[in-house]
Write a protein that binds this ligand. Structure first.
Ligand SMILES: *Cc1c(COP(=O)(O)O)cnc(C)c1O
Length: 372
């Protein structure tokens, strides 16, 4: 049996006619950037997230960067402020903090959840700490109640990188961040047919500045209030996302079903899993990670059986060439990160996605259990 890590063509195939029809309607409309499809998608996706405002931008990295830059323009953050971020995240989170002129301070994760360890926040704080940028890695919501309580007691802001967790929700509405950034990169749980991103927030001013920053710093044509960039959501992507959004809950439920099976049936003393969350709604399983000391051998073993796997992520950001000397230059701060390094050394992402069949799931389980 051949099992690809993720087959986007197969994911999109059942909706081919709907996607073609909506793309055709955009082509025929004669309006291609920030038009009626973009407005509708902003409104519907923000509502889906329980937020008042959505601003479509070019990609997830820009959503993160512009959300932080808008906070600086509003005087809520200032260049050089320190932002607590998880040390084990995709590098985009940290690049966005740097791009906004802020200083990322890397914090260790919990071993079980792979998300920010709330017990490590205090020692990472300094008088310059002004915000926490939470990442819901692999689709699992971080401990927002504890993080928001910590932030409130320290009088600092909370932002979210939700690029991997579309549709993961808490029951308690009062633990929301100031703003959240989404990516609709094609492989995400809700993916476009190209690049796209969005900032969602209840803060009208923040939404307005993000919109202006993404449009050359301008609200009125040829009048520029900010040093902006070009980062806008185009109509074809918005139309595709509106169409695909109808199926997001079903896809996430299928992911949860597969995850429950993996958790119940993968039984190999060499392979550690992350536990199911107490509230199933709080996880959308963007990635199903397993941890193994002999990770590379396990990956080869599965490959020989036709099962494609990936590593998220083999090199943690603080060890990337891009950040050599960054700590000495004051552009990045962190202490020892042994757990982050252990996760990078042992993590393996096994096939996960809405189009995986029951037979494929059974074969993956059987194969992992056969690894000695
Ligand atoms: C994908 C991703 C991003 C960046 O999104 P792009 O749309 O690729 O720019 C940011 N953060 C995390 C955690 C991601 O997984």
């Amino acid at each position: 049996m051949k099992i690809p890590f993720l087959n986007l063509k197969q994911v999109n195939a059942p909706y081919m006619d709907a996607l073609k029809n909506t793309a055709t309607a955009v082509v025929e409309s004669g309006w291609y950037i920030r038009g009626s499809y973009c407005e509708r998608f902003e409104r519907e996706f923000a509502a889906y997230c329980g937020r008042a405002y959505g601003v479509g931008v070019g990609n997830g990295l820009d959503a993160l960067t512009l959300m932080l830059r808008a906070s600086i323009e509003l005087g809520r953050l200032k260049p050089g402020d320190e932002i607590l971020v998880p040390a084990n995240t995709y590098i985009a989170t940290i690049l966005a903090v740097r791009a906004a002129g802020l200083v990322p301070v890397l914090v260790e994760p919990c071993r079980d959840t792979c998300n920010l360890d709330v017990d490590c926040l205090q020692e990472a704080c300094s008088p310059k700490t002004r915000a926490i940028l939470v990442v819901h890695l692999y689709g699992r919501l971080a401990d927002m109640p504890a993080i928001c309580t910590f932030a409130k007691s320290h009088n600092i802001l909370v932002f979210e990188d939700v690029a991997q967790a579309h549709g993961a929700f808490l029951d308690e509405k009062n633990f929301l961040s100031n703003a959240a950034a989404y990516s609709f990169y094609p492989t995400k749980n809700l993916g476009a047919l190209g690049d796209a991103g969005m900032v969602v927030t209840d803060d009208a001013e923040l939404a307005r500045i993000v919109r202006m920053l993404g449009n050359y710093g301008s609200e009125t044509k040829y009048v520029n209030q900010y040093v902006g960039v070009n980062s806008r959501l185009d109509e074809i992507q918005a139309a595709v996302l509106l169409e695909k959004m109808k199926h997001l809950n079903n896809w996430n439920n299928r992911r949860r079903e597969i995850a429950a099976r993996y958790c119940a049936e993968i039984k190999n003393p060499q392979v550690r899993l992350t536990p199911l969350p107490a509230n199933p709604k709080a996880h959308v399983w963007h990635v199903f990670p397993v941890f193994c000391e002999r990770r590379d051998e396990l990956q080869e073993f599965l490959k020989a059986r036709g099962i494609e796997t990936l590593v998220h992520y083999p090199i943690p950001p603080h060890l990337q060439e891009a950040f050599v000397g960054a700590v000495d230059r004051g552009e990045l701060r962190h202490g020892a990160l042994p757990l982050t390094e252990e996760l990078a050394r042992t993590e393996l992402s096994i096939p996960m996605g809405p189009s995986l069949t029951d037979d494929q799931v059974a074969y993956v389980i059987e194969s992992i259990n056969a690894f000695i």
